[in-house]
Design a protein around this ligand. Structure first.
Ligand code: B12
Ligand code: SF4
Length: 475
C-alpha cells in the first residue's frame, strides 16, 4: 500500500469571462432556442481552450518532499476526485472567488478532509478565511510550502504559515508542467519571469501582494525552463508577467537568448514598449505574436486621479501603432468610469481604436476590488453600490455589474453610454475586419472579438437589469 501522503491542489472555475459566460439575472428564464444558443456559445468558448493553466499550483506541486505526492485538480475541466483519501487539500483563493472557495472548503472539512487555503485573498484578508481552513498560508508560498508538506508528514501541521520575506526569485525552482493534462489548455507553456511592480495604480493590488519592487528570476533559469517545457509541449508560450518590459535591459537579454529557440509567445507589456525600438525588434524576432497592454484611460484627469502615471495619454496612440507595425497584435485594455471620465470619454475611446486599429479592445468597467486604494476611497465617499462586507458582490463578472457610482455621470446615463460603446465596438463584421487586419495571430484575434461580441451582449443585458431595478442590491 502507498504510504506516501497525498495532497490535492484545487483551482476553481469562475462564473465569468472565458470560464463560463452567463447572464447574472435571467439565465433561468431563458427557454427554447435562446437557451440552446447561449449554452452552445458558452460551451464553444470553454472548448476553444482559452483557459490559462494555474501556474501557482504548478509551482506548489513541483515542490518535492520525499514521502509526499501532489496532484492538481482544475475544476474548470474536472470533478473533484473524492474517491481518494487525500491527506491535505489546498485551494487557491482570489477575492472574486471567495464564496466558492469557502463553500468548497467547508464541505470538504465536513467530510473530514484537512483544508489549506492560500492565494491573493488569503494574503490580503486572512481573518475572513480563518474559519474556513485548517491551515492558512500567507503570501508567496514557493518556499514555505515545503515546510507545510514536511509538517504534514510529521503530523505537526500549524494553523498558519508566514513566509517572512518574499522568496528569492534568483534561485532555481524548476516547474514541472507535465503535471497538467496538455489537451485541456491552449498551452501548458506558462512562464513567469518576475514579480512585484514599482507602480501603485489605485485600482490594482499587485504592488501590495508582490511588493513595490520588481523582482526578477535569473535569465539562465528562465531559458532552461523554456527549453524544458518545449520538449513536452511544442505550442505557444505565455508569459504571465504584468509588464514583461519593466526592465528593458533584462527583457532584451532574455528574449535575445530565446531567439535561437524558435518559439512563439504571447504576454503582457506596458505601452512603453512602443518607445523601446530595440526591445520591440527583439520581441518580434523572439517570436512574440500578441501582447496585452493596459491602456486604462485616455483622460489625463483619470490617469492622475488613479495614479496611472507611467505613460502620458498623448504618447499612447503612437506606441500602439509602433508595436503593431513590428508585427505584434495587441489586446488593449481600457477602463471606462474612472473619476476623470465624462460622457465624452466613449467617443475618445472609439476614435482611439479606429486610429490605432487596435486588434482586440477590452472595454472594462472599474472594479473597486477590496484591498485596493480605490475600494477604500469609494467606500469613504459613500459611492459603493454594494455592501462592502458582502464577498459575493465581488464576483468580478465580465463588465456585467456596476459596483459603484461614477463621479461625474449618473448611473443610468453611464450604463447607457457604456452599452452604446460596447455595441458599437463589438459586432460580427468588426470582428471579421479586426481578425483580417491583425498583424499576427489572426485567428486568435478573430475568435476573441467574436467571443467578446457575445460577452458584451450579456454585459449590456445585465447592466440594463441593474438600472431597471432587477439587479441592484443597495448597501
Ligand atoms: C494569469 C492570471 C490569471 C489567469 C490564470 C490564473 C492563475 N492564478 O493561474 C486567469 C485568466 C485564469 C485568471 C483569472 C482570474 N484572476 Co487573475 N491573474 C493572473 C495574473 C496576471 C498572474 C497570476 C499568476 O500566475 N501568478 C503567478 C503565481 C505564482 O502567483 P500567485 O498566483 O500569486 O500564487 C502565489 C501565492 O498567491 C500563493 N498561492 C496561490 N494559490 C495558492 C494555493 C495554496 C493552497 C497555497 C498554499 C498558496 C497559494 O503561492 C503562489 C506561489 O508563490 C495575476 C496578476 C499577478 N501579478 O499575480 C492576476 C490576479 C491573480 N488575478 C486576479 C483576479 C481577480 C482574477 C479573477 C477573479 C478575475 C475574473 N474576472 O474572473 C479570476 C479568478 C480565477 C480563479 N478561478 O480563481 C487578481 C487577484 C486579486 C485578488 N485580490 O484576489 C490578480 C492579482 C490581478 C489583479 N491585479 O488584481 N487570472
Ligand atoms: S495595474 Fe499594472 S502597472 Fe499598475 S500597479 Fe498593477 S501591475 Fe503595476
Amino acid at each position: 500500500m502507498d504510504k506516501r501522503k497525498q495532497v490535492l491542489l484545487v483551482f476553481l472555475a469562475s462564473d465569468s469571462g472565458v470560464d463560463g459566460a452567463r447572464s447574472l439575472f435571467e439565465e433561468q428564464s431563458k427557454k427554447g432556442v435562446k437557451k440552446w444558443l447561449n449554452t452552445s456559445i458558452r460551451n464553444l468558448i470553454k472548448q476553444t481552450q482559452f483557459a490559462i493553466p494555474p501556474l501557482a499550483l504548478m509551482i506548489l506541486a513541483s515542490v518535492e518532499v520525499e514521502g509526499v505526492e501532489q496532484k492538481i485538480c482544475d475544476l474548470r475541466f474536472e470533478e473533484l476526485p473524492l474517491d481518494k483519501p487525500w491527506d491535505l487539500i489546498g485551494i487557491s483563493v482570489q477575492t472574486g472567488m471567495t464564496l466558492k472557495a469557502f463553500n468548497l472548503a467547508d464541505s470538504l472539512r465536513a467530510k473530514g478532509y484537512k483544508v489549506a487555503l492560500g492565494g491573493a485573498h488569503v494574503t490580503l484578508f486572512p481573518d475572513s478565511c480563518r474559519q474556513h481552513a485548517d491551515i492558512l498560508v500567507h503570501g508567496e508560498a514557493d518556499d514555505i510550502w515545503a515546510e507545510v508538506l514536511e509538517d504534514l508528514k510529521k503530523e505537526t501541521l500549524k494553523e498558519q504559515y508566514f513566509p517572512g520575506d518574499f522568496p528569492d526569485l534568483s534561485l532555481p525552482r524548476p516547474v514541472k508542467h507535465q503535471l497538467l493534462d496538455k489537451q485541456r489548455y491552449f498551452t501548458t507553456n506558462i512562464i513567469q519571469t518576475g514579480r512585484g511592480c514599482p507602480y501603485s495604480c489605485d485600482f490594482c493590488n499587485v504592488y501590495i501582494l508582490n511588493g513595490n519592487r520588481h523582482r526578477r528570476r535569473a535569465i539562465d533559469n528562465v531559458v532552461d525552463e523554456v527549453r524544458r517545457f518545449r520538449e513536452h509541449d511544442k505550442r505557444i508560450f505565455f508569459f504571465v508577467d504584468d509588464s514583461i518590459n519593466a526592465s528593458e535591459e533584462y527583457a532584451h537579454e532574455l528574449f535575445s537568448r530565446l531567439i535561437p529557440l524558435n518559439i512563439t509567445w504571447f504576454g503582457q507589456a506596458t505601452t512603453m514598449l512602443g518607445k523601446q525600438p530595440l526591445l520591440l525588434e527583439t520581441f518580434a524576432r523572439s517570436g512574440c505574436r500578441a501582447l496585452l497592454v493596459g491602456i486604462e484611460s485616455l483622460e489625463p484627469a483619470s490617469r492622475d486621479t488613479h495614479k496611472k502615471t507611467q505613460n502620458r495619454s498623448t504618447e499612447l496612440a503612437e506606441a500602439i501603432i509602433n508595436i503593431r507595425a513590428a508585427g505584434i497584435s495587441l489586446y488593449g485594455s481600457f477602463i471606462y468610469g474612472l473619476d476623470g471620465d465624462t460622457l465624452e470619454t466613449p467617443a475618445a475611446i472609439l476614435d482611439f481604436i479606429r486610429m490605432t486599429k487596435l486588434d482586440v479592445p477590452g472595454i472594462n468597467i472599474l472594479r473597486p476590488n477590496p484591498g485596493t486604494k480605490v475600494f477604500d476611497r469609494l467606500r469613504e465617499e459613500g459611492r459603493l453600490l454594494f455592501d462592502p462586507d458582502d464577498l459575493g458582490a465581488y464576483r468580478y463578472t465580465f463588465g456585467q455589474e456596476m459596483l459603484y457610482q461614477p463621479k461625474n455621470i449618473d448611473l443610468p446615463d453611464f450604463i447607457k453610454s457604456y452599452s452604446e460603446l460596447t455595441s458599437e465596438i463589438f459586432t460580427i463584421s468588426n470582428s471579421l475586419r479586426r481578425g483580417l487586419a491583425a498583424p499576427s495571430a489572426k485567428s486568435a484575434v478573430l475568435l476573441f472579438n467574436l467571443f467578446y461580441t457575445h460577452l458584451y451582449a450579456l454585459s449590456r443585458n445585465d447592466l440594463m437589469k441593474q438600472i431597471t431595478g432587477n439587479g441592484l442590491k443597495k448597501s
